[in-house]
Design a protein around this ligand. Structure first.
Ligand SMILES: Cc1cc2nc3c(=O)[nH]c(=O)nc-3n(C[C@H](O)[C@H](O)[C@H](O)COP(=O)(O)OP(=O)(O)OC[C@H]3O[C@@H](n4cnc5c(N)ncnc54)[C@H](O)[C@@H]3O)c2cc1C
Ligand code: HEM
Length: 429
């Protein structure tokens, strides 16, 4: 256990972290990649360039400082981080590297404010949190190995089939090269793909499994990312997959992870509402396929927002499912449709998914909500569900990157690096 003195010092530094959080974590990553380049391949360079990982880490440190005497508050955060760490094969020996660089960064950024007393308290607090994380990581690795067909590390998979789902999304059907069985996964979980980079290193990306569990393949469905700004490069791994990976190619894959999943063992009377925007459909489509099989009585509302029909994945299959399953209702909304995309009286209309649409499609607000898509889509839905008073246990979402803030007003988002807690651990935003 942490001493009372350590708890008091760490809590008292929460406002300082709030002030310096982003500067501290930016400095930390720069320092760590320079002193310990061996850990750089674990991190996604685009998330670093966008500042998302720095924000996620600063938010986690800050929440930890504020809740150090009330650690149950962090349970959900620990699970999210542990699943992400295991997906990327973070091991116990990496934690001292992060700890050393973090403590050195606290000294370097806080200057005189980083007294020996403060640094020692943080060293103890980091060690305590690291032990919690390492413990949970270890359990997840063991669960993976214990599962029939499970494995730890990276395993070779062969591309058995490559299918275009839309103008921008292509599916890859992956089977173990050694012919072994596949482990079961929970609908909504993701695998990790590791590929070689031009400089001889490697880089990893997570991809949600878009089919249901129990098939003889893992299916991922990947959007080809193009650099939107003039200076931004095209997405490295997605373009590699689209252009270089074909039937017969092999890929290195780490086992399914993730805490965003539909629990098929839970039986609820409440409707199930599945919401997706763009390629955010992948985990939600896996949930849909699984729920139709496991919960034939349950009312399911599925809403997908896309640019237009040409960019939309899985439409044909979903249309067929909605004809076959009386408990499923489907709606599509296109933000940039072409004339032939919309037929009067059909289940397609124009715009973005919003509260009014959801309200008009759900029989009652009291439902289980699962959603995935870009940040503005997630923010608007999350806020609306809060306003409706939907309990947190019925609200589930996935970011295709480090988790971002859903509660700060959109207009402040770019500027935000605010700790959502005061030094007493109370939520202030
Ligand atoms: C849990 C999870 C599940 C996911 N599931 C899916 C899925 O099912 N399907 C799917 O398609 N994706 C999914 N993703 C996203 C996926 O992991 C990748 O992030 C995505 O494919 C882009 O990777 P990339 O290597 O192609 O692009 P990256 O090279 O990582 O680039 C991403 C973006 O950043 C820009 N960028 C890169 N470097 C810089 C730079 N230095 N400066 C400025 N801009 C830069 C690029 O232009 C591009 O727009 C998921 C992510 C997570 C975390
Ligand atoms: C107690 C210590 C740690 C804490 C509190 C922590 C916290 C976090 C958080 C908050 C995220 C973002 C999760 C998300 O929203 O997806 C994350 C992701 C990550 N962490 Fe940690 N972490 C710790 C230790 C480590 C260690 C030791 C390593 C290994 C070097 C590591 C490597 C990573 C990587 C590679 C990611 C994903 C980054 C990306 O998406 O680019 N972390 N961690």
């Amino acid at each position: 256990m942490l001493s009372d003195q350590t708890i008091a010092i760490v809590k008292s530094t929460a406002p300082i972290l709030q002030e310096h959080g982003e500067t501290l974590t930016k400095h930390f990553y720069k320092r760590m990649f320079s002193h310990n380049p061996e850990v750089a391949p674990y991190f996604n360079p685009a998330n670093q360039a966008a500042g998302l990982q720095q924000k996620a880490l600063a938010g986690a440190i800050c929440a930890y400082a504020a809740n150090i005497d009330n650690l149950e508050m962090l349970g959900g955060a620990v699970e999210l981080i542990a699943q992400k760490h295991v997906s990327l094969q973070i091991k116990p020996e990496h934690y001292p590297i992060v700890g050393e660089n973090l403590l050195a960064s606290i000294r370097e950024i806080l200057g005189e404010g980083a007294t020996d007393e403060v640094v020692n308290a943080w060293a103890e607090a980091y060690g305590f949190l690291a032990d919690i994380m390492i413990g949970r990581d270890k359990q997840i690795y063991s669960e993976h190995v214990a599962m029939p067909g499970g494995w730890e590390g990276f395993k070779s998979f062969r591309v058995a089939s490559k299918e275009k789902e839309s103008d921008v999304i292509t599916s890859f059907y992956l089977v173990p090269t050694d012919g072994s069985a596949l482990p079961k996964f929970k609908p909504g979980q993701y695998i990790t793909v590791r590929v070689q980079t031009a400089d001889g290193s490697t880089t990893m990306r997570n991809y949600s499994l878009s089919d249901k569990s129990g098939q003889s393949w893992f299916r991922i469905s990947v959007k080809r990312e193009t650099g939107l700004q003039a200076e931004a490069p095209d997405g490295f791994v997605s373009n590699y997959l689209h252009h270089e990976v074909n039937v017969g190619s092999t890929l290195e894959i780490a086992a399914p992870c993730g805490e965003f999943f539909l629990d098929l063992t839970e039986k609820h009377e409440r409707p199930l509402v599945l919401l997706a925007a763009g390629v955010g459909i992948t985990p939600v489509f896996s949930m849909l396929l699984s729920a139709l099989e496991a919960m034939p009585e349950r009312q399911i509302i599925f809403i997908h927002g896309s640019l237009n029909e040409a960019s939309q994945a899985f439409k044909k299959t979903i249309d067929q499912l909605s004809v076959q399953h009386a408990n499923l209702s489907v709606h599509y909304r296109y933000s940039d449709p072409i004339a032939t995309d919309i037929t009067p009286g059909g289940n397609v209309d124009t715009g973005f998914i919003d509260a009014a649409l959801i309200e008009s499609k759900v029989p009652q607000r009291d439902a289980d909500y699962f959603f995935c898509g870009p940040q503005p889509f997630m923010v608007s839905i999350y806020r609306e569900l809060l306003t409706w008073g939907i309990p947190a246990s019925q609200v589930h979402f996935e970011f295709f990157g480090p988790r971002q803030d859903l509660e700060t007003p959109l207009e402040n988002m770019k500027a935000q690096m605010k700790c959502p807690f005061d030094s007493a651990g109370n939520r202030i935003s």
